[in-house]
Design a protein around this ligand. Structure first.
Ligand SMILES: Cc1cc2nc3c(=O)[nH]c(=O)nc-3n(C[C@H](O)[C@H](O)[C@H](O)COP(=O)(O)OP(=O)(O)OC[C@H]3O[C@@H](n4cnc5c(N)ncnc54)[C@H](O)[C@@H]3O)c2cc1C
Length: 431
């Protein structure tokens, strides 16, 4: 008999939710996390779309350590000396299931893990799973962690983007550099009312999600972000690894320092104190780098299976990880009850993901990664063109005014009408 019915590797969004679902179904489950506590090694920008969290924890708004409800969506095109911003707010994005919140992963992940433990999951922290244990048929029957070999009828890999276990589990290849980006972030403490005033949100409970293209990554593939928390601002950037290697104009840490000095960003964080600095990989290759989700005795959920999308105006990974963790936990419990945790017995998991937004959205946006990587003008071209157009409209210097069309012609000529049409068509196809 196995030590546990299920072992979950990794206490991030996917792992803690999977362990919660298994424990709630009465299964014996061990949650193993390499960090000294849940959230110790996790990183996000961070805004969580609430819809999948609400399915697992309908009362999350009262219980979860949320920071601010996102009431302002801001998108900026940054030229080195200018910033063009769209600020959008709407009733629709505040409705239950459509709303979203800024979060800090240390408190948020500890809360999620505590839900799994309260439901009956055993958790051990500070130990990394080094390898999987298989029987003579190749079926996964447990894990090796430190000196210990711990067995289970099913193992759920929720160990995040840089999983060292998925190759052994399902033969997954290491993702190519083109499919992975690197994220870097600082959390900068400021008084709540100062943050509220600076982003013009209505109260200290409300906040902004702000994404930047252009100079944040020195005109190469990637983008900057700023999310307002209760008493801090999370500020950082995500840069494509291959783009930074081949066309990088600065190391990523320098990009962040320069981004913080940009005339549009510096006033946002002025007087703040850096209280946290973190870095992490981001899987941006989408469906093209997704490994098989199920093997004999094992299934993969969250970023260990590359479930993440970055559309430039929207970054999503946590809602995918929570939904995948929920289905992984429920379907693993079902397979355990049926006495069949072979790849065939676990197929209910892939079917559940196919029937919900997880696989459908990943498929819908499967062309985005290659489109974005070829969309150089978004990062180096359009931000400067928009700046020049705005300058023609708003700079009044006493010189006789030229007709707008005369001013616009050279600006639009820099990009070219054909290129603009090509970019618009590409965006329509990818999005
Ligand atoms: C810079 C950046 C910005 C982002 N912004 C957003 C955003 O705004 N909104 C959004 O929804 N998503 C965002 N994401 C993505 C999101 O953070 C991830 O998709 C999400 O955290 C994935 O959850 P997960 O549970 O799959 O993995 P993780 O949260 O990475 O959890 C994996 C866990 O497994 C543990 N682990 C790993 N290996 C082992 C091992 N061998 N043994 C034991 N434990 C192990 C880790 O310590 C970790 O706790 C962002 C990511 C980055 C890096």
């Amino acid at each position: 008999m196995a030590d546990f019915e299920a072992i979950v590797v990794g206490a991030g969004c996917a792992g803690s939710v999977a362990a919660y679902e298994l424990a709630r179904s009465g299964k014996s489950v061990l949650l193993i996390e390499r960090g000294n506590y849940a959230g110790a090694k996790n990183m996000t920008g961070g805004r969580i779309y609430s819809h999948s969290l609400a399915k697992v924890f309908p009362d999350f708004e009262q219980e979860a350590p949320l920071e601010r409800k996102i009431t302002h969506e801001k998108i900026s095109l940054l030229a080195p000396d200018a910033c063009f911003t769209v600020d959008f707010s709407s009733e629709a994005m505040l409705a239950p299931n459509s709303d979203s919140y800024s979060v800090l992963r240390a408190p948020f992940d500890q809360w999620l893990a505590s839900k799994a433990e309260e439901a009956g999951a055993e958790a051990i922290y500070g130990i990394a799973v080094e390898s999987l244990v298989k029987d003579e048929t190749g079926k996964v029957i447990g894990v090796k962690a430190g000196e210990d070999e711990i067995t289970a009828d099913v193992v759920l890999l929720c160990d995040g983007v840089n999983s060292l276990l998925t190759k052994q589990a399902v033969g997954a290849a290491r993702p190519p550099a083109s499919g992975i980006a690197v994220g870097i972030k600082q959390t900068i403490e400021l008084p709540p009312s100062v943050i509220t005033d600076r982003v013009l949100s209505g109260s200290d409970e409300e906040g902004a999600a702000w994404l930047f293209a252009g100079d944040a990554t020195k005109g190469t593939f990637g983008g900057g972000f700023a999310y307002t928390n209760k008493s801090s601002i999370s500020i950082g950037l995500v840069a494509g690894i291959e783009a930074t290697m081949n066309h990088g104009r600065a190391p990523v840490y320098q990009m962040l320092e320069d981004f913080k000095q940009h005339p549009a960003i510096a006033p946002l964080i002025a007087g703040g104190k850096v209280v946290e600095h973190s870095g992490h990989m981001v899987p941006e290759g989408g469906l093209s780098i997704m490994p098989p989700l199920v093997g004999d005795g094992v299934l993969l959920a969250g970023e260990s299976a590359m479930m993440c999308i970055n559309l430039g105006y929207q970054v999503r990974g946590m809602d995918f990880a929570i939904a995948a963790g929920m289905h992984a936990g429920r379907e693993a419990a079902r397979a355990l009850s049926a006495g069949d945790t072979s790849a065939q017995g676990l197929q209910g998991y892939t079917a559940a993901l196919e029937n919900c937004f997880v696989m459908q959205d990943l498929r819908q946006f499967s062309k985005v990664p290659s489109f974005m990587e070829g969309f150089h003008r978004m990062f180096d071209g359009y931000p400067q063109a928009i700046r020049d157009i705005m300058n023609t409209m708003f700079v009044v210097d006493g010189e006789p005014v030229r007709p707008l069309k005369k001013n616009l012609k050279p600006v639009l000529g820099q990009i070219g009408v054909v290129n603009m049409a090509r970019d618009a068509m590409g965006a329509m196809k990818a999005l």
